[in-house]
Write a protein that binds this ligand. Structure first.
Ligand SMILES: [Mg+2]
Ligand SMILES: [Zn+2]
Length: 275
């Protein structure tokens, strides 16, 4: 059965902050972070700062406690649950790290909604120190994308997801805010949807270079909009949609609470092509 693969960036898309900055600030490492950032890649710096925390006697439980307080809106929680319940295949593609993401998603009971978390690997070593590694080992080779940071080009991940989505007739809905989400947005195809967070770098790159993104773009500027638009797009029949899906959409009372322009557009896209 066709459906949607929903790809979420994590920082400032699923949660309402940058998890790296959140941990650094909450545990008092802001000055060290600022002084070291010009000297090494961000991902390498985060590993260095986890070493610093360990040296200071801070445990992974201390880090986890901070992560559990990271802001995550209730509308995002319900959006993830609804998308999962609707049969969507949910994935995370993030330049944070596995420990941070798993800790937060488990805390909010969302981890089971995702089939895949693509991010920088991390683990707690035998001394109890959190170690963070690059997703792409740039010490061995470059991933070849000049636009993205050395440790991760999200396009490489999205291309793999895209191949399996196309094989099963699914379309992709991608939500993101950052510069690193712009590269994969260019890989999306006609029939896919791009949902950039309005006013953030990915959105600015998209609107400043109109016509480059083949996917249909739907911006969102708050968590209520994020949920509403995502669920609307999930319900929208694909280009090769079937009559049952059209019928389902036409009786969907949720459309009635949408702004007229969005609802009108949704209906237009859901109408069968006249013979
Ligand atoms: Mg982000
Ligand atoms: Zn890239």
């Amino acid at each position: 059965m066709a459906g949607s693969v929903v790809i979420f960036d994590f920082d400032k898309t699923l949660i309402d902050c940058d998890s790296d900055n959140w941990v650094v600030d909450e545990l008092g490492l802001t000055d060290l972070f600022d002084s070291l950032l010009p000297t090494m890649p961000w991902n390498t710096l985060m590993d260095r700062l986890m070493k610093e925390l360990h040296t200071q006697g801070k445990t992974v439980d201390d880090i986890a406690d901070v992560l559990k307080r990271a802001p995550l809106d209730t509308r995002t929680i319900s959006a993830v649950r609804s998308a999962h319940a609707a049969g969507c295949d949910l994935r995370v593609v993030s330049d944070a790290n596995l420990f941070f993401i798993e800790t937060i998603l488990k805390h909010h009971g969302l981890i089971g909604c995702f089939t895949e978390i693509n991010t920088n690997p991390s683990y707690v070593d035998e001394e109890g120190r959190l170690k963070i590694f690059p997703y792409h080992d740039f010490s061995k080779s470059s991933h070849g994308c000049l636009f993205c940071p050395p440790n991760m080009c999200k396009s490489k991940i999205v291309e793999r997801i895209q191949a399996s989505a196309q094989a099963t007739g699914k379309r992709i809905i991608y939500l993101g805010d950052g510069k690193g989400d712009y590269c994969p947005s260019l890989r999306l195809d006609h029939g896919d949807f791009m949902m950039p967070r309005k006013g953030y770098p990915c959105w600015e790159l998209i609107v400043n270079q109109p016509g480059l993104v083949k996917a249909e773009v739907h911006e969102w500027s708050n968590w209520e909009e994020q949920e509403r638009i995502l669920l609307l797009l999930i319900r929208r029949p694909s280009v090769a949609g079937n009559a049952a899906a059209v019928a389902l959409l036409s009786v969907d009372c949720k459309l009635e609470v949408l702004p007229a322009a969005v609802a009108h557009e949704a209906v237009l896209h859901s109408l069968p092509v006249p013979q």
